[in-house]
Each structure stands twice: as structure tokens, then as C-alpha cells.
Design a protein. Structure first.
Ligand code: UGA
Length: 416
């Protein structure tokens, strides 16, 4: 099928490469000429396992082409995906102006009968408005890709959600995704829009529950890992998305939880549960920072702090709303001398060591902020020898406290 994808951000790029890989003829449009040049040359602008290989293959067999022109991209398209950014607006709402701008730009040139599908996370009513602006049938097809495993998530999704006004529009998308083996849930437009927020809101709440439980465990002297195992065997609860940490971050959860509160409030519902999730998450960040300060003896001014990890989670170079970055910011504000190492992410203004061991040289405190597996395999004796102090704050529960203590270091984890 001839498909256009507008926007080569995270979602659009994976969607375009994925659809080309499963046999469609895809044109990907992106305004940023440098990004287009990189993608056209087979260079992935994001770190995402498996993506470079698929990108090269789909460019080579010409199932994927890339352009800077939205208008060229939609020529002859049967389906046009809008994968545009919906950043947070001033009051927590999602700012959908990029979507409407493109809808207006494309309206005069969209092929007759072509289906316009929104991939971006958008508030209720956005798709209807896109339909009005483009004069074409619309559908909502939210994405559930996780950074770091986006290619697998595209090829083997848990489900495909299609929201549409009319069944005839649905069939086109069902046909498009035929090579992918996944249950397809067909809903009305508004329900599909809400599903995406409901999923991210729930997952954020789960992580927050684990974090809050960790805090309870710290207070009463329990081990949160055992507590979460003990509840996880209950098949109604399960084990996934229950890893305590420094608080959730990334380009989605923080923005989507706030947008969910706003979306509900606009419709007259006070979503106090979700407000609590957001507030508890902020507390978790502050709590992690406080653990580093305590590990430095109550004041970090002038203390050298090594930070392992800057990305918002392992498997990505993305630092958007990264808890690691937020804590580093607070440490710098408090006068700490921070040296960081992340295997993929670098951040201007934060001194970076060439490797994890170099980062700990002369450090009083080591903070593990991102759960990269290589940190788990570190040589603790060498860490102890290279640090000037002896405190490890493990904000991801990555290390074995007994092994840390055996190396002559002190250990502060999360809820244990
Ligand atoms: C999330 C969702 O998982 C995807 O389904 C969704 O498509 C995506 O947002 C989106 O809306 O585009 P992502 O932001 O890549 O994906 O990251 P997650 O793996 O969900 O992690 C989010 C945050 O929660 C991270 O800061 C992570 O460290 C934290 N987390 C996650 C925990 O602290 N503990 C856990 O057990 C799981």
C-alpha cells in the first residue's frame, strides 16, 4: 500500500521503517533537512536497537524514501500518518498546533478518499478536527512503542488500536497491518484517543506505586523487592513495570500524566489519583537527591559526585525529562562537582568521563541513576579503590548490597 508518514521523530521514523519493512511503499516527510539527509544516508538520528539495520534494508530496496516536502510525500498516498510532536502546553495540555498546521497545509493536496491517521498522542476531539480541516476520513491509531525496544514493539505489538468514525476506514488499516500478528481493537475515535492516555497514565501509576511502596519499606525496614515479588505472583498484579527507581521520566509519562489531568479537568472531572501520581513522582526525585546529599555527609557543596547514567532509562540516548538529569541539575545547583558517564547519552554542560571507572576517580559518592546492565557488572573492588569516599547511592537497585559492603563501600538503594 502507498503510505505517507509525516514527521520523522521517534514515532514517525519507526512507523515508516516498520511499514516499509512489512512490504508497503512508504514516503517519510520531515522538515528538518539535516535529519532527512542523515536518514536518507542510512544513519539513524536516534539510538534504537535494530533500527539501523531495518533503515538500511528499506532504503536499499526503495520501499522507504525520505523527503523534506509534506506535499510530495502525500502524492498518491492511500493512508497518511501524522506523527507530529504534541508538546506540553502552558496549562499541562497537549499542544496540537503542529498537527493542525500540517492538516491545513495538506488539505488542498490530499488524494481523494485517502485516510488521515493520527499516530501522535492527542487530546479528545483532535481527530475530528483533523477531519474537518482536511475534508478526508480520519482514524486514530495510537502507538505503544517503548524507546529501546521500539522495533520489536512495532513488529510484535500486544494490540493494535484503531479508532474510526466508519467501519470502511477501519478495513484499510486492518489490511495495512495484516502482516503483523496482533489482536486488533476497533473503537470510536474518542475512545482510541483516550486509550493512549489511559495506558501511559496506568503504567506511570504502577511505577509510582512501586516507588511509594519502596518508601514504605524504607520506613518500616522491609525489602521492597521481596514485597513486590510477593504481590506479583498474584496474577491480577504481575511483575512488570514495578521496578522502583528515581521516579519516571522520558518524553511520554510526565507529559501524558499532566495532559490526562487537564483533559479530565476540562471535561469536569477532577482526576485526583493522577495528580497524586505526579506529585509522588516529584517527591521521589527529591528523595533520591536527598539520599545523595546524605551520602555526602549532609552537604554536597564541593563534593565530587560520580553519576552513572544520564538517559531517562537504559537502552536509549534520550535524556528528555530524565530523572538522572534532574538530579544532576540539583546537585550542580547545590555546588557539587559532578562527573557523569552514560554509554549513549551526553549532555552539554555536564562533565563526562570517558568510561564508568574514570567517572568514579576521586568521587566521594557514586550515584547510579540509569539501569544500564554494564553498571551491574562493574568491578566493585576497583570502584572502591578509585573513589575517595565510599558511598554508593543505587537509585535503580542494580547492585547487590552485600557485594557492595564486602568491597568496603556503603550502600543506599530504593526500599531495601
Ligand atoms: C512509554 C510507554 O511504555 C510506551 O508504551 C508508550 O508508547 C510511550 O511511553 C509513548 O507514549 O510514546 P517510554 O517512554 O519509552 O514508553 O518508556 P518506559 O519504558 O515506559 O519507561 C518510562 C519511565 O518509567 C522511565 O523513566 C523508566 O525508567 C520508568 N520505569 C519504568 C520505572 O521506573 N520502573 C519500571 O518498572 C518501569
Amino acid at each position: 500500500m502507498r503510505v505517507a508518514v509525516i514527521g520523522a521523530g521517534y514515532v514517525g521514523l519507526i512507523q515508516a521503517v516498520g511499514l516499509a519493512h512489512i512490504g508497503h511503499d512508504v514516503v517519510l516527510a520531515e522538515r528538518d533537512a539535516e535529519r532527512v539527509a542523515a536518514i536518507s544516508a542510512g544513519r539513524s538520528p536516534i539510538y534504537e536497537p535494530g533500527l539501523p539495520e531495518l533503515l538500511s534494508a528499506t532504503l536499499a530496496d526503495k520501499s522507504l524514501t525520505v523527503t523534506t516536502s509534506n506535499i510530495d510525500a502525500v502524492a498518491g498516498a492511500e493512508i497518511v500518518f501524522l506523527a507530529l510532536p504534541t508538546p506540553q502546553g502552558n496549562e499541562g495540555e497537549a499542544d496540537v498546533s503542529a498537527i493542525f498546521l500540517v492538516a491545513d497545509e495538506l488539505a488542498p493536496v490530499l488524494p481523494e478518499g485517502c485516510l488521515v491517521v493520527t499516530k501522535s498522542t492527542v487530546p479528545v476531539g483532535t481527530n475530528l478536527e483533523v477531519g474537518v480541516r482536511t475534508g478526508r476520513p480520519v482514524a486514530s491509531n495510537p502507538e505503544f512503542l517503548r524507546e529501546g525496544s521500539a522495533v520489536t514493539d512495532f513488529m510484535k505489538p500486544d494490540r493494535i488500536v484503531i479508532g474510526a468514525q466508519d467501519r470502511s476506514y477501519v478495513d484499510k488499516l486492518v489490511e495495512l497491518y495484516r502482516p503483523i500478528d496482533a489482536p486488533i481493537l476497533v473503537t470510536d475515535l474518542v475512545s482510541a484517543e483516550v486509550i493512549k492516555y489511559a495506558a501511559n497514565g496506568y503504567l506511570a501509576a504502577r511505577v509510582t506505586y512501586a516507588n511509594a511502596m519502596a518508601n514504605v519499606c524504607e520506613a518500616v525496614g522491609a525489602d521492597v523487592r521481596d514485597v513486590l515479588l510477593g504481590i506479583g505472583y498474584d496474577h491480577r498484579i504481575g511483575f512488570s513495570f514495578m521496578r522502583p527507581g528515581p521516579g519516571f521520566g522520558g518524553s511520554c509519562f510526565p507529559k501524558d500524566t499532566r495532559a490526562l489531568v487537564k483533559l479530565a479537568a476540562d471535561a469536569g472531572y477532577e482526576f485526583s489519583l493522577m495528580r497524586g501520581v505526579i506529585a509522588t513522582n516529584e517527591e521521589q526525585l527529591a528523595r533520591t537527591f536527598a539520599k545523595v546529599v546524605a551520602a555526602a555527609g549532609g552537604d554536597v557543596r564541593g563534593s565530587r559526585v560520580a553519576v552513572w547514567g544520564l538517559a531517562f532509562k537504559a537502552g536509549t540516548d534520550d535524556v528528555r525529562e530524565s530523572p538522572a538529569l534532574a538530579i544532576v541539575g540539583r546537585l550542580l545547583d547545590a555546588g557539587a562537582d559532578v562527573v557523569a558517564f552514560d554509554p549513549q547519552a551526553t549532555v552539554p554542560g555536564i562533565s563526562a568521563a570517558p568510561d564508568a571507572m574514570a567517572a568514579v576517580d576521586g568521587a566521594e559518592v557514586l550515584l547510579i541513576a540509569t539501569e544500564w546492565p554494564q553498571f551491574q557488572r562493574c568491578d566493585l573492588q576497583a570502584v572502591a579503590a578509585r573513589m575517595s569516599g565510599s558511598a554508593i547511592v543505587d537509585a535503580r537497585n542494580l547492585l547487590d548490597p552485600t557485594a557492595v559492603k564486602a568491597a568496603g563501600l556503603t550502600y543506599t538503594g530504593v526500599g531495601r
